[in-house]
Design a protein around this ligand. Structure first.
Ligand code: FAD
Length: 603
C-alpha cells in the first residue's frame, strides 16, 4: 500500500478559497469521484472529488482553511495506480471535464422522455466547470428546480448574478413587500380599533429600523436558500450568464473575469425586470420602481403611484399606512384589471376613503422633475390639473429577461415579447434546455415559477410529468386582500361559459363582525348541472389564505355539496366558503334567501 497525497486540482481562476465542508474522515474508504471537500469563493462553491479509490490516512484541511491549487487535502492509502481515466494524484488534477462528443443540432421539442445527460463537449474555449444540470437564476423557479434536480441525483450548478440567492421574490418582491405590508396592517388595525374603545397614540416610526428589519427578513430567506444549496451540494457560481453554445455558458464576473461552464442540460429561470413606460425622468432618484419603493428611502408627503395593478396597490397600501398622502393613477376604468369587479369594489371603496385620489381612465401625460417636486400632468376625462408630488412610483408591469441571456447561441426560441416558448414539460425548442417562471409567461407569480420548476427538473430526469394544474391562484395583499382562482365571472361571460354564482357577504359572518371587517365577500362559481366548482373569488382580510381551500376543491373536482358538507370551524372566515356553498345549494340558514318554487314532475 502506497501513501498518496491528494492535492487541490486546477480549479480554474481560484486562489485562497475557503474550505466550507470536509466530507470524509480518517479511516474512511473513498471511491474515485467521491467528493472530499467543498470549497467556496465569493463567486462559486464546488466540491473537490477524489481522483481515485483508497482509504483516508490523514486529513490536512479543516473547515475555514484557505486553499489554492496544489494545497494538500489529505493523504490516502491505496494502490499507486490511479483509477481509470484519472491522472496521477500527486499532480494537479483538472476538474471533471466533459467527454468530447459531437454537438447535436437543436431539435423540435420531443415531449416526454429523459434528457440525455451524457457529458458533451462545448465548442470554443474549454469549460472551467461542468454541470449535469445548469440552472440560470436563483429565484423561486431556479432554486426549486436546482434542488429538485439535485434530489433526483443530478450534479447541479446555479448561476446567479447577485450575491444573494432567492431572486426577485426573496430580495425585492414577495417577501420584503409582505414584511412591510405586515407593518402597514398593524398600524391601520391599531388606528381602526378606536371605535371599540381602545385608542393607541400615533405610531413612532423609526424608518432606519423598519428598513433594517425588512432587509433582515429578506436576508434570512436568502441565507436559508444558500444553506439548502450547501446541504444538497448544489454549486453556486456568481456572475451574469449567457449561452455561448447549446451546451455552454459564459459567466461574466464582477471582477471583469469570466468563466465557462459546460452542461448536459439547462433550466433557464432568469425571471423578469421592471418594465418602463417611455418619457419619464428615470434619472431622478424621486422616480421609483418597486425595488426603489421597497428601499424605503423616506416617507414622501405626497406619493403618486402610476399603475393600479397588484404591485402598485400593495406599495400604495404600505406608504398610506406610514403616513404618505397617496394618489393612484390607472389608465383602465378600474383598479386591478383582470380581477372581477365585484371583488375589487370593496377595496376601491376603502381606498377612496383613505387615499388622496384614485384617478381612473387617466394617464400621466408628462412628468417634470423640478427642484420642489415632480410635476405630473394628467390626461383623461375628469383628470385634475398638474399636481406636484414628492415621489412617483412607476408600477406599470414587468418584462421577461428572455433577450438578455444569449438564447440565440443555444438556438432557443424567444417570442416577440421576450418570453421563452416552452411545452407542457417546460421544454424549449432545444430538447435539453428547459425554461420556467416569469421568463416563460404570465402570470408572473412565484408559486407558478416553483411549480414549473419541479415539472422541469422531473421531466429532465425522465419522469412523465406535465404542467397540468387546473389553476394558478392570484392574490393581491392589499387591505382588504383580493384573491381569486379558476374561472372568473368576467372570463365566463366573455367566453359564454354556463355558470351559477353563489355569494356569501361577510356582513353575515360573526368572525368578520368580531374583527370589524365586514366589507368582504366570498363568491363561488359552479357548473349549473353538476354543481362542480369552476372558480372562486374572495375579498376581505386574509383572502389570500382562504383561497387555498377552494384551489384544492377545484383540483379535486369537488362540487358545492363537498364544500357545504365540510364542517368548517366556527367562528372563522374560512366558514364563508362553506356558507357560500350552502347559499348556492339553498341550504343556508345564516342568510334568508327566499325559496325558489320547486317544480315536481308528476310520477
Ligand atoms: P426571479 O425571481 O426574477 O429570479 C430570476 C433570477 O435570475 C434573479 O435572481 C436574477 O438576478 C437572475 N438572473 C437573471 N438573468 C441572469 C443572468 N443572465 N445571469 C445570472 N443570473 C441572472 N409573486 C407572488 O407569487 N406573490 C407575491 O406576493 C409577489 N409579490 C411581488 C412583489 C413585487 C414588488 C414584485 C416585483 C414581484 C412580486 N411577485 C410576487 C412576483 C415574483 O417575485 C416573481 O413572479 C418571481 O420572483 C419569479 O420567479 P423566477 O424564478 O421566475 O424569477
Amino acid at each position: 500500500m502506497a501513501t498518496i497525497q491528494i492535492k487541490i486540482p486546477d480549479i480554474g481562476d481560484f486562489k485562497e478559497v475557503e474550505v466550507t465542508e470536509v466530507l470524509v474522515k480518517p479511516g474512511a474508504r473513498v471511491r474515485a469521484e467521491q467528493s472530499l471537500i467543498t470549497v467556496e469563493s465569493d463567486k462559486a462553491s464546488m466540491e473537490i472529488p477524489s481522483p481515485r479509490d483508497g482509504i483516508v490516512a490523514a486529513l490536512n484541511v479543516k473547515v475555514g482553511d484557505k486553499v489554492s491549487m496544489n494545497s494538500l487535502i489529505l493523504s490516502m492509502e491505496g494502490e499507486d495506480i490511479p483509477s481509470s481515466g484519472t491522472p496521477a494524484p500527486s499532480t494537479p488534477m483538472p476538474m471533471p471535464m466533459p467527454m468530447p462528443m459531437p454537438m447535436p443540432e437543436p431539435q423540435a421539442p420531443s415531449g416526454a422522455g429523459t434528457v440525455n445527460t451524457e457529458p458533451r463537449s462545448t465548442p470554443g474555449a474549454a469549460a472551467d466547470m461542468h454541470a449535469e444540470v445548469l440552472v440560470l437564476g436563483s429565484g423561486p423557479g431556479g432554486y426549486t428546480a436546482a434542488f429538485r434536480a439535485a434530489d433526483l441525483g443530478k450534479k447541479v450548478v446555479i448561476v446567479e448574478r447577485y450575491p444573494d440567492l432567492g431572486g426577485v421574490c426573496t430580495n425585492v418582491g414577495c417577501i420584503p413587500s409582505k414584511a412591510l405590508l405586515h407593518i402597514a396592517r398593524v398600524i391601520t388595525e391599531a388606528q381602526e380599533l378606536a371605535p371599540s374603545g381602545v385608542q393607541f397614540s400615533n405610531p413612532a416610526i423609526d424608518l432606519d429600523k423598519v428598513r433594517a428589519w425588512k432587509t433582515e427578513v429578506a436576508g434570512k430567506g436568502a441565507k436559508g436558500i444558500a444553506g439548502l444549496a450547501r446541504q444538497r451540494k448544489v454549486s453556486i457560481v456568481q456572475g451574469t450568464g449567457k449561452f455561448d453554445s447549446p451546451h455552454g455558458m459564459t459567466v461574466s464576473q464582477a471582477d471583469g473575469k469570466s468563466m465557462r461552464i459546460g452542461f448536459d442540460a439547462c433550466i433557464v429561470a432568469a425571471g423578469s425586470s421592471v418594465a418602463r413606460i417611455p418619457g419619464l425622468p428615470y434619472d431622478d432618484p424621486r422616480v421609483l420602481d418597486s425595488t426603489g419603493a421597497l428601499a424605503l428611502a423616506d416617507i414622501p408627503r405626497r406619493l403618486l403611484v402610476i399603475g393600479g395593478g397588484i404591485i402598485g396597490l400593495e406599495m400604495a397600501c404600505v406608504y398610506d399606512a406610514l403616513g404618505s398622502k397617496v394618489s393612484v393613477v390607472e389608465m383602465q376604468d378600474g383598479l386591478m384589471p383582470g380581477a372581477d369587479r365585484d371583488l375589487v369594489r370593496p377595496l376601491e371603496r376603502r381606498l377612496k376613503k383613505r387615499y388622496e385620489a384614485i384617478l381612473l381612465n387617466t394617464r400621466v401625460a408628462k412628468l417634470e422633475a423640478q427642484p420642489e417636486g415632480l410635476l405630473a400632468s394628467f390626461d383623461g376625462p375628469g383628470a385634475p390639473g398638474p399636481q406636484r408630488y414628492d415621489r412617483v412610483l412607476v408600477a406599470t408591469g414587468r418584462r421577461p429577461n428572455g433577450r438578455e441571456i444569449g438564447a440565440e447561441a443555444a438556438g432557443v426560441t424567444i417570442d416577440a415579447r421576450g418570453y421563452i416558448t416552452v411545452d407542457r414539460q417546460q421544454r424549449t425548442n432545444v430538447p435539453h434546455i428547459f425554461a420556467i417562471g416569469d421568463i416563460v409567461g404570465e402570470p408572473m407569480l412565484a408559486h407558478k415559477a416553483s411549480h414549473e420548476a419541479k415539472v422541469a427538473a422531473e421531466a429532465l430526469a425522465g419522469h412523465k410529468v406535465y404542467f397540468d394544474a387546473l389553476t394558478i391562484p392570484s392574490v393581491a395583499y392589499t387591505d382588504p386582500e383580493v384573491a381569486w382562482m379558476g374561472l372568473t365571472e368576467t372570463a365566463a361571460k366573455a367566453g359564454n361559459i354556463a355558470f351559477e354564482k353563489a355569494v356569501f357577504p361577510w356582513a353575515a359572518s360573526g368572525r368578520a363582525r368580531a374583527v370589524d371587517r365586514t366589507e368582504g365577500s366570498t363568491k363561488l362559481l359552479f357548473d349549473p348541472q353538476t354543481k362542480r366548482i369552476l372558480g372562486a373569488g374572495i375579498v376581505g382580510v386574509n383572502a389570500g389564505e382562504l383561497i387555498a381551500e377552494l384551489v384544492l376543491a377545484l383540483e379535486m373536482g369537488a362540487d358545492m355539496h363537498d364544500i357545504a358538507l365540510t364542517i368548517h370551524p366556527h367562528p372563522t372566515l374560512s366558514e364563508t366558503a362553506g356558507l357560500a356553498a350552502e347559499a348556492g345549494l339553498g341550504t343556508i340558514t345564516d342568510l334568508f334567501i327566499p325559496r325558489k318554487t320547486v317544480h315536481h314532475e308528476p310520477e
